[in-house]
Design a protein around this ligand. Structure first.
Ligand code: SAM
Length: 206
């Protein structure tokens, strides 16, 4: 966990400056997510990075708790919120396990570009399920490492050895859908912006 934190702390400044790789897909995911939001919703985002998405969603809900393992990411996010005068987003450093979060207290949980970076994807999905209110939604956007060409996959352990790549979990779209449905979610919306990525809105039953 400490190594992950160090990796992302080091990456934070560069990550903040990097342009969005596929702006059209990003806008589509934002718009789809906002069709679910209600003005009184309480939202949790984990792995929020430098906070851009939480700050865009802020006017559409009552409150967002946006969290990240990296203190440097959180510091940048807090600076952006202050500069934009946005007061209904609280940024906090931590993970879903380290933070004291009340079960059944969120209307939506966002996990964007994060599930494939975790050691325990199944455990995380179960934790998200427990944090949601009945009928709440889990919005995720993930890279499917199982779909990455073999020659790229072979390079990953080498890149990890020299600190150029984070921890990476390998699952397919069907594998992810199975983990979600096994945890008690139903799939409400599914979209593949490309061969190697999937955007899913999963719902906890009422
Ligand atoms: C690829 S970035 C995605 C950031 C943001 N969600 C986005 O879509 O731009 C992954 C983020 O997850 C954070 N992260 C990695 N492992 C984590 C964990 N176990 N718990 C919380 N955050 C984590 C990293 O610090 C980093 O900010």
């Amino acid at each position: 966990m400490k190594t992950q934190q160090a990796f992302w702390d080091k990456a934070a400044a560069r990550y903040a400056k990097a342009p969005i790789r596929d702006e059209a897909s990003y806008q589509k995911k934002l718009a789809t997510t906002q069709t679910y939001f209600r003005p009184d919703w309480r939202v949790l985002e984990f792995g929020c990075g430098t906070g851009s998405t939480a700050l865009i969603h802020a006017p559409h809900v009552s409150h967002i708790l946006a969290t990240d393992i990296s203190g440097n990411m959180i510091e940048i996010a807090q600076g952006k919120a202050q500069a934009a005068g946005i007061e209904n987003v609280r940024f906090e450093r931590g993970t879903l396990d380290s933070l004291a979060l009340e079960p059944g207290s969120f209307d939506a949980v966002l996990g964007l570009n994060i599930l494939h970076l975790l050691d325990d994807v199944k455990g995380t999905i179960a934790r998200v399920h427990s944090l949601l209110k009945p009928g709440g939604i889990f919005v995720s956007s993930s890279v499917m490492m199982a779909e990455i060409p073999w020659y790229w996959r072979m390079l990953i352990p080498v890149a990890q050895l020299v600190g150029l790549a984070p921890n990476i979990a390998r699952f397919s779209k069907n594998g992810l859908v199975k983990m979600l449905t096994d945890a008690g979610f139903s799939i409400d919306h599914e979209w593949q912006p490309g061969k190697m990525s999937v955007f899913i809105v999963a719902k906890k039953s009422v």
